[in-house]
Ligand binder design. Structure first.
Ligand code: F6R
Length: 240
C-alpha cells in the first residue's frame, strides 16, 4: 500500500477529494464506494467545495453497510446518513446511490441483490474505507472470510460501544448489520483507507504491517494491488 501521513484529517479530506474529482472528470459515470462513520466526513466536506464545476449527474455510489432492523427513518440509519452527508450536499442523483437494504422484510435476499447492483454498475472504481478499533472494514468483524460477499453479520460489543455515540445508549445500537464482504471490498479497483487518532493506531498497523489474517479484517487490503492509506501522525504511530 501507498501510505500517506498527513498533518490532520482536513488535509486527508482534501487529498482524497482531489483524487475523486480526477476520477469523475475522467469518468463521469464512475462508481464510488462510500463509507459512513466519522472518518470520511472531511472527504465529503472537501468534495462539497470542489464539485461545483464537476458534472456529477452520472456518478453512482454504493455504501458499505447498514444496520439491520433499524427504522429507515432513524437519523442514524446509514441510508439517512448517506443522504444527509453525501447525496444532498454533493447534489448526487438519489436514484444512483444505494445503501444495503437493512429492513427485516427481504433481508434473506438483500445481500445478493446488492452484489448484483454493484456488478451491473460495472463494479466500484474507488472505495473509501474507515477502520474500526477492532480492525473491521465495512462491518466485517474479526473472523470474516476474505472471500465474503454482502451479507448479514453480528456487530461486536466493541463496535456497538464505539458507535454508541450516535445513539442514546449502547443498547440502542442495533446488534446486526448488512455489510459488503471482504471479497466485495477487494473487488473494488482502488481502495482508499483513512484513519485518524491514536485509537486507530493498532488497527492501522495490523492492517498494513501485521500478518494477513481474518482476525484483523483490515489486513485483507494487503491482498489488493492498488491501495492508498491516508492517516494522521497519531493513527500512524504504531507503524514501524
Ligand atoms: C462505515 C464502516 C466502518 C467504519 C469504522 C470506523 O461504513 O463500514 O467500517 O468505517 O467503524 O468508524 P469511524 O469512522 O466512525 O471511526
Amino acid at each position: 500500500a501507498e501510505v500517506v501521513i498527513v498533518p490532520d484529517a482536513a488535509r486527508a479530506g482534501v487529498l482524497v477529494a482531489e483524487e475523486i474529482v480526477r476520477l469523475i472528470t475522467r469518468r463521469p459515470d464512475a462508481v464510488l464506494g462510500v463509507a459512513t462513520g466519522s472518518t470520511p466526513l472531511p472527504v465529503y466536506e472537501a468534495l462539497r467545495e470542489r464539485v461545483g464545476g464537476v458534472d456529477v449527474s452520472l456518478l453512482r455510489a454504493f455504501a458499505l453497510d447498514e444496520y439491520v432492523g433499524i427504522d429507515p427513518d432513524h437519523p442514524e440509519s446509514y441510508r439517512n446518513v448517506i443522504r444527509r452527508e453525501v447525496v444532498e450536499p454533493l447534489g448526487l442523483d438519489p436514484e444512483r446511490v444505494r445503501v444495503p437494504a437493512g429492513a427485516l422484510m427481504g433481508i434473506e435476499t438483500a445481500g445478493e441483490e446488492y452484489e448484483e447492483a454493484i456488478a451491473s454498475a460495472g463494479g466500484i472504481d474507488l472505495q473509501i474505507l474507515g477502520i474500526g478499533t477492532d480492525g473491521h472494514i465495512g462491518f466485517n468483524e474479526p473472523g470474516s472470510s476474505f472471500a465474503s460477499r454482502t451479507r448479514v453479520k453480528t456487530l461486536t460489543q466493541q463496535t456497538r460501544e464505539d458507535n454508541a455515540r450516535f445513539f442514546e445508549s449502547v443498547d440502542d445500537v442495533p446488534e446486526h448489520c448488512i455489510t459488503q464482504g471482504l471479497g466485495t471490498i477487494l473487488a473494488a479497483r482502488h481502495l482508499v483507507l483513512l484513519a485518524f487518532g491514536a485509537g486507530k493506531a493498532e488497527a492501522v498497523a495490523g492492517a498494513i504491517e501485521g500478518p494477513v489474517t481474518a482476525s484483523v479484517p483490515g489486513s485483507a487490503i494487503q491482498l489488493h494491488s492498488h491501495v492508498t492509506v491516508v492517516v494522521d501522525e497519531a493513527a500512524a504511530s504504531a507503524l514501524r
